[in-house]
Design a protein around this ligand. Structure first.
Ligand code: PGA
Length: 252
């Protein structure tokens, strides 16, 4: 089964407007002619529109880092799915570990956000991953399984046609402690099997599963050559165009 690699750059809460525009222009310049992987950037909300303008007509996709599950109303500080599509967003991160563990989004909130994204026609990147103490107590598969199940329960293969899953072990995010290719592959294979149990083997063989957590150009190729690793979700290293481009092109 060939799955087109998909590499995301999650800019998190970084950059000013000028820096974001420059980064988008440089990413476009380095990657828009590269057909070996699909590339998406996830800028902060205020930069979505200016970055969309810089990426217009290119192959680089645009995504948001989060959304609120309500459609509109008195939700100060929140951004709806329809607002995202209206500024040209096609993708959205759902359940990133910083949303889960810094902002307190629980499995039920993540499930509602996923449905809001799908209803608006946004392509979700559903993030799952265990904390260090959960890994150390042998709970990695169980935690990822619970996060998947509660998010996907009741959804159909056709609703989830464009979904991407990201395995992001919390202990690897922003720590410099990248999972080894073997550690990541083991969890990716288990995630794919669990998705098969929930949605069928045909869907599971097609769905793309990214790894995220301290990825650099030096570690990208080793991860991407694993059987069940179909892409990468990159934080810190996506803030430098040259390094990010090297990661996107790592598989050759
Ligand atoms: P990192 O972040 O690459 O800085 O570890 C990854 C992520 O949170 O998506």
């Amino acid at each position: 089964m060939s799955r087109t690699p998909i590499i995301g750059g999650n800019w998190k809460m970084n950059l000013d407007l000028t820096e974001a525009q420059t980064l988008a222009t440089e990413v476009r310049h380095r990657l828009s002619a590269y057909l070996g992987a699909q590339t998406i950037v996830f800028p902060p909300f205020p930069y979505l529109l200016p970055v969309a303008e810089r990426l217009a007509g290119s192959s680089i996709g645009l995504g948001a880092q989060d959304l609120h599950f309500e459609a509109k109303g008195a939700f100060t500080g929140a951004v709806s799915a329809a607002m995202l599509t209206s500024v040209g967003c096609k993708w959205v991160l759902i359940g990133h570990s910083e949303r889960r563990h810094v902002f307190g989004d629980d499995d039920a909130v993540v499930a509602k956000k996923l449905r809001a994204a799908l209803n608006a026609g946004l392509k979700p990147v559903l993030c799952v991953g265990e904390k260090l103490e959960e890994r150390n107590s042998g709970e990695t598969f169980r935690v990822c399984g619970r996060q998947l199940r509660t998010a996907l329960e009741g959804l159909t293969v056709s609703q989830l046609e464009h979904m991407v899953v990201a395995y992001e072990p919390v202990w690897a995010i922003g720590t410099g402690l990248v999972a080894s290719p073997e550690q990541a592959q083991e969890v990716h294979a288990d995630i794919r099997q669990k998705i098969g149990d929930l949605l069928g083997v045909t869907y599971a063989t097609k769905v793309r599963i990214q790894y995220g957590g301290s990825v650099k150009s030096s570690s990208a190729a080793g991860l991407l050559t694993q059987e069940d690793i179909d892409g990468l979700l990159v934080g810190g290293a996506s803030l430098q165009a040259e390094e990010f481009a090297a990661i996107v092109k790592a598989k050759g």
